[in-house]
Design a protein around this ligand. Structure first.
Ligand SMILES: Cc1ncc(COP(=O)(O)O)c(C=O)c1O
Length: 229
């Protein structure tokens, strides 16, 4: 077939031609003194995309899966309880990773094809009087089923239960495609990647972290080789 092949999957998406042309430059030295200015421009450029003024964006070599792991290992400790719902392959895989990293995952099982049930999150949070739940996980767009969940409703559930848990959102297939509002929705870690709505080559983990999550990372005991400064 002549011309470009279009494969209609959620990602990797096609990188626009003008971006491909802009990439045709000599490689940057990531240890050079001029690199920080370039990186800072990219990081600051992500803030309006996450709709945050106080959150801190991170870019690192990874896929979305690596961002899941970074969120969990940097902000939590083995044995911590997290609340998550399973309603498709990706929400399931994040739960599976949390379990393998030694977290105590309280799973809300939902029939695949439905979204994250804010009422059931709220009930679980209200029942958690001792605040054992340290983080609440939600997948904004469950790519496997194409179902979008209401992240603002999960924030409302946390607030209604007066629960201090961190809110982690998987926005891998939502960011830049579906409305996302880090500050307004009180999201603590938003996990994403380069190869979907951002329409960039695969391979960059793109994540945004709230000040509250940065503080949590100081005492978290999840195993990781690199620590944020
Ligand atoms: C919602 C969601 N989360 C996580 C991932 C995993 O991302 P990656 O394939 O970049 O590791 C995907 C991949 O399609 C996804 O759609």
């Amino acid at each position: 077939m002549a011309g470009r092949n279009f494969l209609f999957v959620p990602g990797p998406t096609n990188v626009p031609d003008r971006i491909l042309r802009a990439m045709d430059v000599p490689m940057e030295d990531h240890r050079s003194p001029s690199f920080p200015a370039l990186a800072r421009e990219c990081l600051n450029g992500l803030k309006p995309i996450f709709k945050t003024t106080t959150g801190v964006p991170f870019i690192f070599p990874s896929s979305g899966t690596g961002c899941w792991e970074a969120a969990v290992t940097n902000c939590l400790s083995p044995g911590d309880r997290v609340l998550a719902s399973n309603f498709g392959q990706f929400s399931y895989l994040w739960i599976d990773m949390c379990q393998r990293l030694g977290l105590d995952v309280q799973v809300i099982d939902v029939e695949w094809g439905q979204g994250a049930p804010a009422d059931r999150y709220q009930a679980a949070l209200e029942a958690d009087k001792s605040h054992a739940i340290k983080a609440v996980l939600v997948c904004q767009n469950e790519t496997a089923t194409g179902v979008t969940s209401d992240v603002a409703a999960i924030r409302k559930a946390l607030d209604a239960a007066k629960h201090p848990a961190l809110l982690f959102v998987d926005s891998v297939s939502a960011l830049c495609s579906i409305d996302f509002r880090m500050d307004e929705w009180g999201v603590d870690v938003c996990v994403s990647g380069s190869q979907k709505g951002l329409m960039l080559p695969a391979g960059l983990g793109i994540t945004c972290v709230s000040q509250k999550a940065l503080s949590a990372s100081k005492s978290a005991k999840g195993r990781r080789a690199n620590r944020c400064a």
